[in-house]
Design a protein around this ligand. Structure first.
Ligand SMILES: [Zn+2]
Length: 632
């Protein structure tokens, strides 16, 4: 393969001086990939990052980990920095990198031999050292890169990257007073320049180009660049376009960035008003004050509704059966809403409602709810608060649109036949072994320094835990069995279809590339998102503290991860340990280590169910005959 040749050439350039002194040094021409036959015998293997992996723009340090497979004692250096090697040969290091194709050179030295290997990564972005001799901008980093649309009164964040320690200004064409405004250099990231600009309330609609100028560069050089995309200011009199969300209940974002920052409670649906565009996301205007962002591909453009368009909430009614209480909202059109649980109530907000006919009835015999209050809380916005008769009696909630009816179901605790001897009798527990089998890069989930993969580790735990829960009376439903692959949505569908009572998702943790693994103690974390999942999360967390000899990273509310956001029943995600840390990978892959995690998981579930039982019977006196029999 041509890659081998390139690597070999690079190696010869790097090591000619070294090679000439020690000719017997074996060099790994490249590092074997996980699960390749060479991996077991290679003297040095790096599991992560993989060869030529792309690393995000601006990375200054990243971690790498792998294993040294040579006789001890051994000293390992990477790019000249000495790195600790654990008992099983595993190592993890956090080291500086530079923009472009960057090599890590690993050298393992034993009393008799020296081994070397190299691993390359591609750090995105422009190498700012290139700017050191002459003023210049990185055009691929100037804001905006894609079309921006905003309203008068909106504030934009401008960004430019170029020669460090210079003076940079921006100008907005056609905007009065927005000429040669000074930007601030980020002291932590020299060469990054930022500024904010707020359009005046009376700003007329226009399309503006952004020009950046750099002065006082090296030897007084100057540079000028125009951002690739323009900024459009919309007409304050006609600020909206209209679009339709066709995917039922899509989640919205707080910021127009591609990942994370999801709003936990909003469910967008139906026709929406759009008041801006940025980074290929639309800004949805929920009412006068609230807005949120959604990817363009989630929306279909529609024309402005006619003057007679009206979304009327004509009725809200409540009914119940033995499993759930249902609130039904009768609307003219589907609409965006949010559901938020508290320990004593649930708040439902409907957006885009022109009129509520105030027709609703409440049946005082409802077993779960005390009453429901409502109010118009903003323009086109109605808020309903369902008060629980008793705190923490909600087992879960779910929503469903049927044509123009929105149903919101509140579930109560499912009946079981639990006893102190069989505390899980009648319980239906979903065990979710996280991630899917994939042994090629990019892996699905984390990998450890010796090449153990997260999907293997989570399945090992699930398979050990299942018979223990069954012995306590539970019906255990495994999302993944053997080698089947399941998306997150399929895992949820499986649980809902099989009438799950609780959902426990098993994982091992990893870190973002640029996070220092040694910056704080790393260990286990329990994630949950709703008050109705808290008791299960708390019992699990306590059982981990009691059983697992690793740092406690906490009982953590997380409203971004998919699994904790499953709302129908208590759902938690357990990060058992950090697979990227050699000692914790060792625990994850050995029988003895797995038993420790499984014991904690088992106790967490048992204690959650036992807390719902009446007090235990007094302990039985020990039978002497049994004791004698044991001594044999
Ligand atoms: Zn995971």
């Amino acid at each position: 393969m041509s890659m081998k040749r390139i690597v070999f050439l690079l190696l010869s350039v790097f090591f000619i001086p070294f090679l000439s002194f020690a000719e017997d040094i074996p060099i790994a021409p490249y590092l074997p990939a996980q699960n390749s036959p060479a991996a077991k015998t290679a003297p040095i293997s790096v599991q992560y990052p993989y060869e030529n992996m792309r690393i995000e723009r601006g990375a200054k340090n990243i971690f790498l980990f792998g294993r040294v497979n040579v006789q001890k004692p051994v000293t390992l250096t990477i790019n000249g920095t000495q790195v600790a090697v654990s008992d099983n040969g595993g190592f993890i290091a956090f080291l500086p990198v530079q923009t472009g194709n960057f090599p890590f050179v690993l050298t393992a030295t034993t009393p008799t031999q020296t081994y070397q290997a190299v691993r390359h990564v591609n750090i995105e972005g422009t190498d700012i050292s290139k700017f050191e001799h002459k003023a210049a901008f990185d055009k691929t980093a100037l804001f905006p890169q894609s079309a921006v649309e905003l309203l008068p009164n909106d504030t934009i964040s401008l960004f430019a990257q170029g020669t460090p320690h210079a003076q940079v200004t921006f100008s907005l064409s056609g905007v009065k007073g927005a000429k040669n405004i000074t930007m601030k250099e980020d002291p932590a990231n020299p060469g990054n320049y930022r500024a904010q600009y707020t359009f005046k309330p009376d700003q007329k609609p226009l399309r503006s180009k952004v020009t950046y100028k750099l002065t006082k560069g090296p030897r007084n050089t100057k540079a000028k660049a125009v951002a690739p995309a323009k900024i459009k200011v919309r007409d304050a009199q006609k600020p909206f376009t209209y679009a339709r969300v066709t995917l039922n209940g899509v989640k919205l974002r707080k910021l127009p960035t591609p990942s994370g920052n999801l709003y936990p409670f909003y469910r967008a649906y139906g026709d929406v008003r759009v008041s801006g565009v940025m980074n290929n996301q639309y800004r949805l205007q929920l009412n006068d004050k609230e807005s949120a962002w959604l990817e363009k591909r989630r929306l279909k453009d529609i024309s402005a509704p006619g003057a007679d368009y009206k979304n009327t909430l004509s009725d809200m009614h409540i009914d119940y059966n033995d499993r759930r209480t249902r609130l039904t909202f009768d609307l003219t059109h589907p609409t965006t809403f949010s559901i938020r649980e508290f320990s004593d109530s649930v708040q439902i907000i409907l957006y885009g409602i022109d009129d509520f006919e105030e027709s609703f009835s409440f049946d005082a015999t409802n077993p779960l709810l005390e009453r429901v209050d409502w109010a118009q809380t903003a323009d086109k916005t109605y808020t309903f608060i369902a008060h629980l008769k008793e705190e923490n009696t909600l087992w879960g909630h779910r929503y469903k649109f049927e044509d123009n009816k929105l149903h919101i179901d509140f579930m109560i605790r499912p009946e079981t036949q639990a006893t102190w001897e069989k505390p899980l009798k009648g319980a239906r527990i979903v065990l979710d072994a996280g991630h899917n089998p994939r042994t090629k890069v990019p892996y699905d989930g984390a990998i450890g320094p010796s090449g153990y993969l997260e999907f293997q580790g989570t399945m090992a735990l699930a398979e050990k835990l299942k018979p223990m829960l069954e012995a306590a009376g539970a019906t255990v439903l495994m999302t993944r069995k053997g080698d089947n692959k399941m998306t997150l949505n399929q895992r949820y569908d499986f649980a809902a279809k099989n009438n799950a009572h609780i959902f426990v998702s098993l994982h091992y943790n990893a870190l973002p590339n640029t996070t220092d693994p040694s910056a704080k103690p790393r260990g286990f974390t329990i994630f949950y998102a709703y008050p109705h999942s808290f008791d299960l999360a708390r019992e699990m967390h306590a059982a981990f503290i009691k059983n697992v000899p690793l740092p406690d990273e906490g009982l953590t509310l997380n409203d971004v991860l998919f699994i904790p956001r499953i709302s129908d029943f208590p759902s938690i995600l357990v990060e058992n340990a950090h697979l990227i840390i050699p000692e914790q990978e060792q625990m994850a892959r050995t029988d003895a280590g797995q038993r420790i995690f499984v014991q904690a998981l088992y106790e967490g579930i048992i204690n959650f169910y036992q807390k719902q039982l009446p007090p235990p019977p007094p302990p039985q006196p020990v039978k002497k005959t049994k004791k004698r029999a044991k001594k044999k």
